[in-house]
Design a binder for this molecule. Structure first.
Ligand code: NDP
Length: 238
């Protein structure tokens, strides 16, 4: 059955790859990110792209209501939008911590809040939260980023326990390093260069399309099967 798929952070990287993968299966889409042009440039059928900041809960709810009026209830919400601002804990600007906490944690909760009550009432639905391997293990200079991703793992698992009896599926996807724009927002050039060296050292990272296929695999299981977590990374990543 074709269902409305909502994807946050669809203007680049993993979110854009997910949009293409779910669209190829015939699902109508609502794509959310701040930059609208790259989402429109994907040129997907039955696709509504809306400029929304995921920290704005009301804007997210309004965009979802508009899409539901056009395409029916949300079948799957993919909370993918996120930023990674790396820095040493003693010198990093706390404004970067706030930004990450707001986007990576509050943004995910805002998305969940916008759809969960309706999914519970309808006794069906799927929410996929994109966390990270940095939500399972720590890395130097990642303290606040890891804190946000450990939080995504925790809240996903917690809500899964809350809504299991309502047949709503809560899924965590935890990628290792993926080739996207994610690193570009880190402001410390030495840390950025070190990260690039690390990627070279392991012989490259995985493609956004690989993460999109994992999300599709989880979504396409019968509603009675919940793939609780998928962790996937380059074989050589430590
Ligand atoms: P990108 O930087 O390529 O994509 C991030 C997306 O998030 C963009 O579409 C961006 O859109 C959107 N975004 C950022 N801030 C906001 C906001 N305030 N409101 C709405 N959208 C926002 O990185 P990735 O594709 O790599 O990242 C996607 C997810 O994958 C993130 O949660 C990231 O933490 C996670 N991840 C990535 C890994 C990697 O190595 N790349 C590894 C593990 C996890 P716009 O700027 O237009 O708003």
């Amino acid at each position: 059955m074709k269902q409305l798929i909502v994807i946050t952070g669809a203007s680049s990287g993993i979110g854009a790859a997910m949009a293409k993968a779910f669209s190829a299966k015939g699902h109508p889409l609502l794509l959310l990110a701040r930059r609208i042009e790259p989402m429109q440039a994907l040129g997907l059928d039955n696709c509504l792209a809306v400029s929304v900041d995921v920290t704005d809960a009301d804007a997210m709810k309004a965009a979802i209501a508009t899409a539901e009026a056009q395409f029916g209830s949300v079948g799957c919400l993919i909370n993918n939008a996120g930023v990674m601002l790396l820095g040493a804990a003693d010198v990093q600007d706390p404004a970067e911590w706030s930004r990450m906490l707001n986007i990576n944690v509050m943004g995910v909760l805002n998305g969940i809040h916008a759809v969960l009550a309706d999914m519970k009432a309808r006794k069906t639905g799927t929410i996929i939260n994109v966390s990270s391997i940095a939500g399972r293990k720590t890395f130097p200079n990642h303290s606040a980023y890891c804190a946000t991703k450990f939080a995504v793992h925790a809240l996903t698992e917690n809500i899964r326990e809350e809504v299991a009896m309502d047949d709503v599926r809560m899924i965590t996807i935890a990628p290792g390093a993926v080739e996207t724009e994610l690193l570009s927002h880190t402001t410390n050039d030495d840390i950025k260069a070190g990260y690039e060296d690390w990627k070279q050292h392991m012989g490259g990272v995985i493609a956004p399309e690989t993460i999109a296929e994992a999300a599709l695999f989880a979504f396409e299981q019968p509603q009675s099967v919940c793939v609780r977590e998928i962790v996937l990374a380059a074989t050589r990543q430590e």
